[in-house]
Design a protein around this ligand. Structure first.
Ligand SMILES: NC(=O)c1ccc[n+]([C@@H]2O[C@H](COP(=O)([O-])OP(=O)(O)OC[C@H]3O[C@@H](n4cnc5c(N)ncnc54)[C@H](O)[C@@H]3O)[C@@H](O)[C@H]2O)c1
Length: 247
């Protein structure tokens, strides 16, 4: 029998999932049977096509528009999910911004902490839960040319280790992913065209292609599954080999 990842019966909150890596993750987790809760700031009507498409693949995702950079909204996102579905098994802290100092720290550091703290008590009471945080290889390389992004993603990295250490004894496994060179609206803020982006990156990529949101969603699914039950505080580089063996 072929192996498959089955998340049916599980409830997963994915922040910043109206598009990009978050939306691809919502799709993969829905296909794996999870009840997904998508949180983003985008107006609901713009997300409707995504929700309708995912409803064809598994449980219909629920959409919330809480701003995760505010402690009370992060808590409301979790409380509303618990009221509706009675449980939260998975939290993917994916929301991200290219912004000034304050907003970058609020989303990438404080927001990750607020959302994680908001699920902690519930997950701890059940003795199980998964949290996956999205950081970036720029934490090691110093790349992107955006100090606010690099430093705040460094905060996500360190916080992932802190949360992994403090939550593991409660049965909550916290890990992270460090993507890079993944086609999305966010990365395109740094290039004039797709062509310019591809010409910049492909020569440096050992696999001679850039990444797509699905490439990262697969790693996140792994970190939400029983296959990764011995990983704690691990932050997986997912960049097509650029950082370790790129040119
Ligand atoms: N694309 C890449 O190459 C790359 C590389 C490294 C890391 N990442 C990280 O992966 C994650 C997803 O990136 P992406 O490229 O899909 O970005 P994206 O910009 O396409 O998506 C990010 C989403 O987060 C949402 N968001 C921002 N602030 C929010 C808030 N306060 N509350 C709720 N939602 C909020 C945005 O509305 C947006 O829909 C981000 O954390 C990003 O930093 C991406």
């Amino acid at each position: 029998m072929a192996y498959s990842i089955d998340l049916s019966g599980k409830v997963a909150i994915i922040t910043g999932a109206a598009r990009g890596i978050g939306a691809a993750t919502a799709e993969l987790l829905t296909k794996a049977g999870a009840q997904v809760v998508i949180d983003d700031l985008a107006p609901e009507e713009t997300v409707q096509p995504l929700l309708d498409r995912l409803a064809q693949l598994g449980p219909r995702p629920w959409y919330l528009t809480e701003d995760i950079s505010k402690e009370e909204s992060a808590r409301r996102m979790v409380d509303r999910t618990l009221e509706k579905f009675g449980r939260v098994d998975i939290l993917v802290n994916n929301a991200g911004v290219v912004a000034g100092w304050e907003k970058s720290l609020e989303v990438h550091v404080m927001g990750v902490y607020y959302c994680s703290e908001a699920v902690r008590e519930h997950m701890a009471a059940r003795g199980s839960g998964r949290i996956v945080n999205l950081t970036s290889t720029c934490v090691h390389s110093g790349g992107t040319g955006i100090p606010q992004y690099v430093a705040s993603k460094g905060g996500t990295y360190a916080l992932t280790r802190y949360l992994a250490r403090t939550y593991a004894p409660l049965g909550i496994l916290v890990n992270g992913v460090m993507p890079a060179v993944v086609m999305s609206d966010m990365i395109m803020t740094r290039y004039k065209s797709e062509q310019e982006m591809l010409e910049h990156y492909i020569p440096m990529m050992p696999i001679r292609r850039i990444g797509y949101p699905e490439d990262i969603a697969g790693v996140i699914l792994f970190l939400c599954s029983e296959l990764s039950s011995f990983l704690v505080g691990e932050i997986i580089v997912a960049d097509g080999g650029r950082m370790h063996v790129g040119i």
